[in-house]
Design a protein around this ligand. Structure first.
Ligand code: ADP
Ligand code: MG
Length: 338
């Protein structure tokens, strides 16, 4: 079956400066398959500057790849026209860190919810529109009478973020891209918002790309995880497998920095260290080589390929070359880690 969304060897190079002399390789060789028949929450984790938001924007069609292709129901997103384009716009929705930063502060919540209903002609009457709004708000745990009629600044960060989820939900999306949706709300509300994402998956069959710099929330909310380092997927798999038994030296370092016995309690602890990745970009081989405790001579020369260690389990590190040879996928893989 054609996947809902697919990234094939996607790369993104930003250019800036005079005659585009400055080039930033934000993403390289990213493969991802999102299958509608089995909605899952896929975490994209990595430190600041690793390319997470770029990946989200590519999936949303807000950016075009400079290499490879982003396919929606088998068609290149940049080639969608007419009804297909609008179906894509409706089915693939976004929730950002502070969605209200991009909304007009002079509009009430009602208006913010009304716009998509009108734009996509979702309701036959004002009354029907009102009922839709109320349902969407209740679905994210808000009481309509408490938030309708209010302005964004009159609501808490957590309420605003849930309204953003409700707004996305109105459109009955098949995929939600949530870029750091809880990094601006306090710890007590994080669980509620993450719960509303799980509810979207379970009750509404929505797949979610959950973008985060924080492994602990990824572990709690996601089914699968992709770990990005300097624009490459270094490891991917079922979240349980990756977090409990990380393969890539980078993932191992990240996980060692989390106080494990407390993981169920320390929401948002152990953020990944901020680095600009310049040293990682300097060599022609593996970008993690300069920081890698297991670095070998070949790592400096050619970037390692992605080795598949099982269904939905992959790692881009020469240490796993032999282990990968033993694994021979019997059927084509259709999940995140192909
Ligand atoms: P993350 O979301 O993981 O912090 P981003 O996707 O925002 O990472 O950025 C990845 C890399 O691309 C960074 O080095 C960043 O500086 C660079 N970058 C992001 N957006 C642009 C842009 N519009 N122009 C030039 N470089 C950019
Ligand atoms: Mg980002």
């Amino acid at each position: 079956m054609t996947p809902l969304l697919e990234l094939r060897a996607v790369g993104k190079v930003y250019t800036r400066g005079v005659f585009a002399r400055e080039r930033v390789v934000a993403l390289k060789g990213v493969d991802l398959v999102i299958d509608e028949s089995r909605p899952r929450i896929i975490a994209v984790a990595g430190e600041s500057g690793s390319g997470k938001s770029t990946l989200g924007l590519l999936v949303l069609g807000f950016l075009q790849p400079t290499e490879g292709a982003v396919l929606y129901r088998g068609k290149r997103v940049d080639a969608l026209r007419g009804a297909e384009y609008w179906r894509f716009r409706r089915e693939v929705q976004a929730v950002f860190q502070d969605p209200f930063a991009v909304f007009n502060p002079f509009y009430k919540v009602d208006h913010l919810l009304q716009v998509p209903i009108e734009k996509f002609k979702l309701a036959p009457s004002r009354q029907a529109a009102r009922l839709m709004m109320e349902d969407a708000l209740r679905a994210v745990g808000l009481r309509p009478e408490e938030v309708l009629g209010r302005f964004p600044h009159q609501l808490s960060g957590g309420q605003r973020q849930r309204i953003a989820v409700a707004r996305a939900l109105l459109l009955k999306p098949r995929l939600l891209v949530a870029d750091e949706p809880v990094s601006m709300v306090d710890a007590s509300l994080r669980a509620t918002i993450l719960e509303s994402l799980r509810h979207m998956r379970d009750a509404h069959g929505v797949s979610i790309l959950y973008i985060t710099h924080d492994l602990t929330t990824a572990y709690h909310v996601a089914d699968e995880i992709l770990v990005l380092y300097a624009g490459r997927v270094v490891e991917s798999g079922e979240v349980e497998a990756v977090i409990r038994a990380p393969k890539h030296p980078y993932t191992q370092l990240l996980i060692d920095s989390i106080p494990w016995p407390d993981v169920s309690r320390v929401w948002g602890a152990a953020p990944m260290t901020k680095r600009d990745g310049t040293e990682a970009r300097a060599n022609t081989g593996c970008r993690f080589a300069p920081r890698c405790p297991a670095v070998m001579p070949r790592c400096w020369q050619v970037p390692p390929p992605t080795y598949h260690l099982g269904l939905r389990r992959a790692v881009a590190c020469y240490l796993y070359e032999q282990e990968a040879e033993k694994f021979n996928p019997a059927e084509p893989q259709c999940m995140a880690a192909r």
